[in-house]
Design a protein around this ligand. Structure first.
Ligand SMILES: [Zn+2]
Ligand SMILES: [Zn+2]
Length: 417
């Protein structure tokens, strides 16, 4: 069996793995967001591939946004995913197309290719095995990271468990399914060898918000993280600032309710509480200056300060020392969020703080995954981690499991098993 790391190994973004066993297939085909002259992202490597089908773990841009390009390359093959992943991926690919356009850049694919992709996306339920080709059986299991996100379990020449993006203790999504055993495991290295305590991180986040003197800008994804932040904030009744969310955060709060059966017990109540809360309102651009002057919490709609509305807010507050920007997730190179974190922007007065909330597996989670599912694996690969995080995780796991072959390969590597 051959595994080709097309993207997302030793880096975060453009996740894609090509597998040649009894069948030939891809797992994911995403974008690596970068903001350089003339481009918004890097694509998976242009390796000669001939997939018979694609397995899609979830609808985040770094896993799914470049699927229309596959269609343009002539691969009109079935793309299997869950129903929420199908709907959100189509929405996301259209948004990417529009984002390129709005920045006067040539989109990497045509809008018609997104429509074409929609016909190829085949929704499959969790926990039901299907056969995408005669030599291969596949089962999608919950992965706990985003609505509809999946662990992809493949029975081919070898059994492979691709954990995609996985999380434990998510507020909205059920914990990952771990009653499986695989010979090859692909696990998530986002946090390297760190241990992330969800409760403590939520407390720290709240304390950071409360430390602000006036307005707080919290850039974040409008689905998943946006609702998590709203939930953290409205639980705190002493927080006296009004909360304003980008329109897409509100729309996605409603959208999540379309997928009730994919959510964790209690999540529907939380979402309804957010929708009914008089403390949460939508940002109206016409009143932006008033909202900032009165001291508000402004949330969304993108994590890295790339969207028009986030940039507009940032422009108003950048010279105000009493305002605060809370970055809280992965910041891709070249984005305003990353440049702020790296201290590249001189002369701005707004306070910028990084305060993470947990959305991926940490060291202890990965140890638990290995104990439960990969204790007899022939090979474990770390993906989805910038260096040196991926290598640090591999080293930490090797200390705990010295008899297992645990590696942090890089994009471009080919592995024969
Ligand atoms: Zn993700
Ligand atoms: Zn990801």
């Amino acid at each position: 069996m051959k595994l080709v790391c097309l993207g997302g190994f030793g880096e975060q973004g453009r996740s894609s793995l090509y597998v040649e066993g009894r069948s030939r297939f891809l797992v994911d085909y995403g974008i690596k967001k970068v903001e350089h002259e003339g481009t918004l992202g890097e694509l998976p490597l242009n390796h000669s591939i001939e997939p018979e089908f694609v397995l899609l773990t979830h609808a985040h841009q770094d896993h799914s946004a470049m699927l229309p390009l596959l269609v343009e390359k002539g691969f009109r093959v079935p793309v299997y995913c869950t129903l929420p992943t199908k709907e959100l991926t189509i929405q996301l690919c259209r948004n990417w197309y529009e984002t390129y356009r709005s920045k006067n850049l040539e989109p990497p694919y045509k809008l018609e290719s997104v429509e074409e992709l929609e016909k190829l996306l085949i929704p499959v339920p969790y926990n039901e095995t299907f056969q995408p080709s005669s030599g291969t059986r596949v089962t999608f299991y919950p992965s706990g990271h985003l609505v509809g996100s999946a662990i992809v379990y493949i029975e081919d020449e070898l059994t492979i468990a691709h954990f995609g993006d996985t999380n434990f203790g998510d507020r909205f999504n059920p914990d990952p399914f771990l009653d499986l055993e695989a010979e090859v495991g692909i696990i998530n290295g986002s946090y390297g060898g760190a241990v992330m305590n969800s409760q403590q991180l939520r407390k720290n986040f709240l304390a950071t918000v409360q430390s602000s003197q006036r307005t707080v800008l919290i850039p974040c994804a409008s689905i998943g993280r946006g609702q998590e932040i709203c939930a953290v904030l409205i639980e705190q009744e002493t927080l006296n600032k009004p909360i304003y969310v980008a329109k897409s955060v509100l729309e996605n709060t409603k959208k999540l309710l379309d997928f009730k059966e994919f959510l964790r017990f209690g999540a529907v109540d939380t979402l309804n509480r957010l929708l009914k809360s008089p403390r949460i309102k939508v940002i109206e651009e016409a009143h932006l200056h008033d909202l900032i002057a009165q001291g508000s919490i402004l949330i969304g709609p993108d994590a890295m300060l790339s969207s028009q509305i986030a940039l507009k807010i940032f422009d108003v507050i950048k010279n105000c020392a009493q305002d605060l920007v809370i970055l809280n997730g992965y910041q891709a190179p070249g984005t305003l969020g990353r440049r702020l974190l790296d201290g590249e922007l001189k002369g701005i007065k707004v306070r910028v703080v990084y305060s993470e909330l947990k959305i991926h597996t940490d060291l202890e989670d990965n140890e638990r995954i290995i104990e439960r599912c990969l204790s007899k694996a022939r090979l474990i690969l770390i993906h989805h981690g910038e260096e040196p995080k991926a290598t640090n995780l591999a080293k930490a796991l090797k200390r705990k499991f010295p008899n297992l072959d645990i590696r942090a390969p890089h994009t471009g590597d080919e592995i024969h098993i």
